[in-house]
Design a binder for this molecule. Structure first.
Ligand SMILES: Cc1cc2nc3c(=O)[nH]c(=O)nc-3n(C[C@H](O)[C@H](O)[C@H](O)COP(=O)(O)OP(=O)(O)OC[C@H]3O[C@@H](n4cnc5c(N)ncnc54)[C@H](O)[C@@H]3O)c2cc1C
Length: 600
């Protein structure tokens, strides 16, 4: 079948698609979902019906990589540089921000995509997938490391074009008039990426919304992950800021979910995992006052020997506990086999002088041992007006080379991403593990143990501590709000999320000169695991962040959601009893084959 021709040839109107059908006509009880090779795969006429129902927004999914694998052409030369541009990837329904994971998954396109413009489009796609027993997959920003917004032979619900943003001064969730006071909020289309929200709320609006660190991550994906931004140590998880969602559930109904209406679904959407409970069409998030200043500390220290490095880590652990373990400081410290300590932290609410004063004792300690420690000259510790954190023009004017920009002809200069995220654009993962580290490890009598474990792990691979992804040290209000989400409660007791990961740049099987290095990838996965085991020995039940974790996470239900999993499983059964929404290692995924096509 010529996939491009069906839209022109069939003449059935939209009305018939929208007719209700008896529940037992659903193919829900069928064991296997259909693939294009199945005789029962929808006919051109039926696809045309869907296309009419979604206002002509059904598109065959183009897959530039596949074309270049099968018949390399001159135009393919640019493909791999484009795959280092998250906006190029984000604009292509067939591509994903992670190109794959060795021995786990490889990016492959859906057959068709509904490039949705409204909740009604989403509802039509959900009903069609259900009626025809199709594998449905939802994609927003496309950043899933685990390939959960990607499924070959599927119908894709693509929300990229749904990025309207509206600020409210007095928002009350529907049905909450009697219990909720009006508050500032922002309603964001589910296909928006975070930079679009920050531009509206912070750069233009002078206020704050809790989102993700990476500018191109999708709003809906991150909220459902229970994700974190650089300032989460103060404001809490992004999911905690959700006030209301509009969501299409598996029965095709457009529902409102908030604390008063469908509160169980609302709770599940706050960290229960993307692509699992329904397809979100828009989200309303809490807006807060913006502190005057934000800033950071960015430098690295080279130790001259293993012994000096061990002492450096011990000193840093104590210093972190004393000076940085509070809601001002987030982001990262890295410990690596070459005996380098890399600090890449951000702060909020401090001036340049205040932030420098905080670090001075640590810098003094280093200065006492010049033969043991070399501080790289390009040290930055300081603050800036928070209002301009995501302001591309201001950053340019003030010579802050922190962003890379979409270099395609005609691209808006506001399409940027942090330099620090560049290594992950289009990458192939070799290994990735995370672990929440309880704050009890920072107690006086545990610091030595923690420092030794970090040193031992750093002998094997680079270890990153993401302080903003553990909420111990956050204000009680932020912790209480996170406890009212589906995320593993371990996040509330953790001072940091440890991450160990490795991978290579954009690559694709069969693409000569750009293939995944499977042998290196397998070796790296073992190394990553051994490295994390050094920390796991201290926190065997630490848990992992669902969206930044191992594809092969053992006991993923406990790791991602802890005691919350049982409630999530009930909610899944209530809103999606037939498992229309399936993602790898999602709630309810145990009932399906790994590809989500066959009910077990
Ligand atoms: C480079 C990079 C940087 C990252 N930085 C951070 C960070 O700073 N902080 C952090 O916490 N995490 C971070 N992550 C992890 C990221 O937040 C999660 O992977 C998140 O789920 C991605 O959302 P997305 O919409 O971009 O991705 P997608 O792959 O499109 O979606 C992720 C999941 O959500 C589902 N989904 C998406 N949209 C909808 C919708 N409208 N309705 C229902 N389900 C939907 C998808 O089906 C999929 O299962 C990062 C990931 C990458 C690759």
């Amino acid at each position: 079948m010529n996939r491009r021709s069906f839209l022109k040839t069939s003449a059935t109107g939209a009305a018939s698609l929208l007719q209700p059908w008896p529940r037992d006509l659903f193919a829900a009880n069928a064991k296997s979902r259909l693939r294009p090779s199945d005789p029962a795969w929808p006919s051109n006429k039926e696809w045309k019906r869907l296309n009419d129902a979604v206002g002509g927004n059904l598109i065959p999914v183009d897959f530039s990589i596949g074309g270049c694998v099968s018949s390399p052409a001159d135009t393919c030369k640019d493909l791999f540089s484009n795959l280092k541009n998250p906006y190029y990837i984000g604009d292509a329904p067939g591509l994903t921000q992670t190109s794959g994971w060795v021995d786990a998954w490889t990016s492959k396109p859906s057959v068709y995509a509904v490039a949705a413009r409204s909740a009604q489009d989403i509802a039509a796609a959900v009903k069609f997938a259900r009626e025809h027993n199709l594998r449905l997959v939802v994609k927003g920003g496309g950043h899933s490391y685990q390939g959960t917004s990607n499924a070959p032979d599927s119908l894709l619900l693509w929300t990229r074009h749904m990025h309207d943003i509206r600020l409210h001064d007095n928002f009350v969730p529907q049905g909450c008039g009697a219990t909720h006071v009006p508050q500032r909020a922002v309603t964001v289309g589910s296909g928006a990426y975070w930079l679009q929200a920050y531009d509206a709320v912070t750069s233009k609006g002078g206020a704050y919304v809790q989102g993700g660190g990476c500018t191109t991550v999708g709003v809906a994906g991150l909220i459902q992950s229970g994700g974190f931004g650089s300032f989460s140590k103060h404001y809490g998880t992004a999911a905690s800021a959700l006030l209301e969602a509009e969501v299409v559930t598996a029965d095709g109904k457009i529902r409102i979910a908030n604390a008063c209406t469908n509160p169980d679904l609302f709770w599940a959407l706050k960290g229960g995992g993307g692509g699992t409970f329904g397809a979100v069409s828009k989200l309303t998030l809490r807006v807060r006052d913006l502190p005057e200043f934000a800033g950071g500390a960015s430098f690295h220290v080279q130790a001259s020997s293993d012994d000096a490095y061990r002492r450096l880590i011990r000193q840093f652990v104590g210093f972190y506990r004393e000076a940085l373990f509070n809601d001002h400081w987030g982001e990262q410290a890295h410990f690596s086999p070459d005996n380098k300590l890399e600090i890449s932290m951000v702060h909020l609410g401090l001036t340049t002088e205040e932030s420098q004063k905080i670090w001075q004792p640590f810098l003094d300690w280093l200065a006492q041992s010049p033969s043991a420690y070399t501080l790289a000259p390009n040290r930055i510790i300081g603050g800036m007006p928070f209002r301009y954190w995501w302001d591309v023009d201001w950053r340019k004017e003030h010579h802050h080379p922190v962003f890379r920009a979409d270099s395609r002809a005609g691209a808006s200069p506001n399409k940027v991403w942090w330099n620090g995220d560049s290594g992950q654009v289009g990458w192939v993962v070799w290994g990735f593990e995370s672990l929440w580290l309880p704050a009890s490890l920072l107690k006086d009598d545990s610091q030595e143990k923690l420092a030794n474990a970090l040193f031992a792990a750093s002998r094997i691979s680079e270890v990153e501590l993401h302080f903003n992804k553990g909420l111990a040290g956050a204000p009680p209000e932020a912790i209480a709000a996170a406890k009212d989400t589906a995320t593993n409660p371990a996040v509330c007791d953790a001072f940091a999320l440890a991450i160990v990961a490795d991978g290579q740049g954009p690559a694709y099987p069969g693409f000569a000169g750009h293939e995944p290095d499977v042998a290196e990838g397998r070796k790296a996965a073992v190394t990553v695991h051994h490295c994390m085991n050094e920390l796991r020995a201290l926190a065997p039940l630490g848990g992992a962040y669902v969206s930044e974790s191992n594809y092969f996470e053992s006991d993923f239900q406990r790791s991602y959601w802890g005691a919350n999993h049982a409630r999530l499983a009930q909610i899944k059964k209530k809103y999606d009893p037939d498992g229309l929404f399936f993602v790898h290692n999602g709630v309810g995924s145990e009932l399906w084959s790994p590809d989500g096509f066959t009910r077990l």
